[in-house]
Design a protein around this ligand. Sequence first.
Ligand SMILES: CC(C)(COP(=O)(O)OP(=O)(O)OC[C@H]1O[C@@H](n2cnc3c(N)ncnc32)[C@H](O)[C@@H]1OP(=O)(O)O)[C@@H](O)C(=O)NCCC(=O)NCCS
Length: 151
Amino acid sequence: MRLGSADLWLLIQKAKSMEIEIRPATPDDETAIKQLIFSLPGVWQKEWRDSAVSLALASAGKLALVAIVNKALAGFACFHDVGFRAYLSEMVIAERHQKSGIGSLLLKKAENILSRRGCKLIVADVYPPAEEFYHKNGWVRSKATLLAKRI
Ligand SMILES: CC(C)(COP(=O)(O)OP(=O)(O)OC[C@H]1O[C@@H](n2cnc3c(N)ncnc32)[C@H](O)[C@@H]1OP(=O)(O)O)[C@@H](O)C(=O)NCCC(=O)NCCS
């Protein structure tokens, strides 16, 4: 079932009661973002460089978003507007905060920012167990084919 405006309103109320702040990430968030990714089994890929988070933040600019709950990092989502379209490169929510609406809020915030910039499409290669989460937020399978080449 897709999230409707009533669901979104509920999410916003929930966020207010939890005191969730969503803001652009800064270089000062880098260590906490890395710790968050490491805390989730299987998310950090061993071929990623130590500089992966810092490179991602630099490439995303203000489209790297963090969710802060009780002054601690609870979520991170990294979007990139490359003009032709936008990409979502990473999305993680701390285990204890999962399924409380924070991931959906991060998606909605980025979708609004990108839409206001005139961007019409966001694409992502998603972790298969999380696919349903994206469907709930209105994302659909694309007709495009995902190709990759090891270099
Ligand atoms: C997937 C993830 C980003 C979702 O964020 P979240 O804050 O937990 O999600 P929300 O609370 O906004 O939405 C949860 C909804 O999506 C559904 N969902 C489907 N698959 C899910 C999954 N793997 N994890 C969490 N929720 C999932 C839930 O059932 C829930 O629907 P409901 O409210 O009707 O019960 C987060 O759980 C996470 O970081 N998981 C581990 C890392 C990961 O898989 N990242 C995605 C990489 S593409």
